[in-house]
Design a protein around this ligand. Structure first.
Ligand SMILES: NC(=O)C1=CN([C@@H]2O[C@H](COP(=O)(O)OP(=O)(O)OC[C@H]3O[C@@H](n4cnc5c(N)ncnc54)[C@H](O)[C@@H]3O)[C@@H](O)[C@H]2O)C=CC1
Ligand SMILES: O=C1[C@@H](O)[C@H](O)[C@@H](O)[C@H](O)[C@H]1O
Length: 340
């Protein structure tokens, strides 16, 4: 069966996902697009796709079996609720939503529907290097994971559009999610420290040093730098009881010349995670054709949103901010635990 997909939001990642859905992946066809900027939607629309005036019209269309949401975070809740009301599988870019209350409303709607429909765009879980790292941790040969060092550096972010809350509610959500997934754990609380401000980002609050206290007692330190200038640099190292497991430096051709040995650094997320995005959509298509969703869930989006909310509180309070999660609905599987 050919999955007919409607894309909401045709900006940077919307266009990249339209490219992979039309040129890279099979079994899928983009039949509809929309954006508040209709001219942008029209220019991003692949041949034959209909341009809709509103997300609701696209979601309700008979020519759309499943939806991909690539609008800005604050718009996600309304669009997710409309997809759930229509019973259509939906891939929603991260962040799921931008407050815990909104996440709970989405969760309630999906649980009332009675079947998973939502996959959240936490693409790191589909990256081959992260998957190998998790296999080592889960294998247990290094003992229990004690600390995880997560480095998240962006070359730059769009001035004006990217606000001082976004390092925590738009960027940190990846590190929160990957820490929970890698360590099979939940985040119990957050501290944030602000080092001297970088002059690269103007008024933007940057960088951030975040400490996630995991329920098991493991600690995760996260560097969020969003105007590091030199490139997109994602690193991760897990310290266990008897050894260390780390992401490799991205395999890239080593160039040697009179200036020495060097490897290219990805420009942005599109380049670094290109295969991971392809894989997350391969797995999404398989589930969506069956009218459901697998992979990162509304529960995972909720957990990451709680971390973002707590981190924003911690910036103001300067102290440890506790996280309290609601009970996990059966729809999302068993609670995780990494007992000591
Ligand atoms: N998984 C990942 O690595 C990445 C995820 N993202 C996420 O994807 C989403 C979009 O990010 P970008 O493409 O970078 O932003 P963008 O600003 O380039 O594009 C967003 C598009 O959505 C449209 N839009 C906003 N609100 C809308 C609404 N209510 N209805 C219809 N269209 C609407 C805008 O007009 C714009 O064209 C964000 O949630 C962002 O966090 C972005 C980059 C990488
Ligand atoms: O999701 C993404 C962007 O929206 C976000 O702004 C970046 O900081 C992340 O590295 C990227 O993966």
């Amino acid at each position: 069966m050919m999955l007919r997909v409607g894309v909401i939001g045709t900006g940077m990642i919307g266009q990249d996902h339209i490219r992979r859905l039309t040129k890279v992946l099979s079994g899928v066809q983009v039949t509809a697009v929309t954006d508040i900027d209709l001219a942008r939607a029209a220019s991003a629309a692949p041949e034959g796709a209909q341009v809709f005036d509103t997300p609701n019209a696209l979601i309700g269309s008979d020519s759309v079996d499943a939806v991909v949401i690539c609008s800005w975070g604050p718009a996600h809740e309304e669009q997710l609720l409309a997809c759930i009301a229509a019973g259509k599988p939906v891939f929603c870019e991260k962040p799921l939503v931008t407050s815990a209350e909104a996440a709970l409303r989405v969760m309630e709607a999906e649980c009332a529907f009675g079947r998973r429909l939502v996959q959240v765009g936490f693409m790191r879980r589909f990256d081959a290097d992260y998957r190998r790292l998790k296999a080592v941790i889960d294998g247990g040969t290094l003992g229990l994971p004690l600390m995880y060092h997560s480095t998240h550096r962006n070359a730059s972010v769009p001035p004006g559009l990217y606000t001082s809350e976004m390092p925590l509610n738009d960027t940190l959500v990846h590190d929160a999610d990957i820490s929970r997934w890698l360590l099979s754990d939940e985040v119990a609380g957050v501290e944030v420290r602000l080092p001297r401000k970088s002059r690269q980002g103007g008024e933007l609050r940057d960088p951030h040093f975040v400490l996630l206290h995991m329920a098991s007692g493991a600690l995760v330190d996260v560097e969020i730098s969003v105007n590091i200038a030199y490139g997109y640099d994602i690193r991760g190292e897990v310290s266990c009881e008897t050894g260390i497991a780390a992401l490799p430096n991205r395999p890239a051709t080593v160039v040697t010349d009179a200036n020495g040995y060097r490897q290219a650094i990805p420009e942005d997320w599109r380049e670094r995670f290109i295969e991971a995005y392809d894989q997350e959509f391969r797995e999404w298509i398989v589930a969506a054709v069956q009218g459901t969703a697998t992979g990162p869930s509304t529960w995972d989006g909720y957990a990451a949103t709680l971390v973002a909310d707590a981190a924003l509180r911690a910036v103001d309070s300067g102290v440890f901010e506790k996280i309290t999660m609601r009970d996990k609905p059966a729809l999302y599987g068993l609670p995780v635990s990494r007992a000591a």
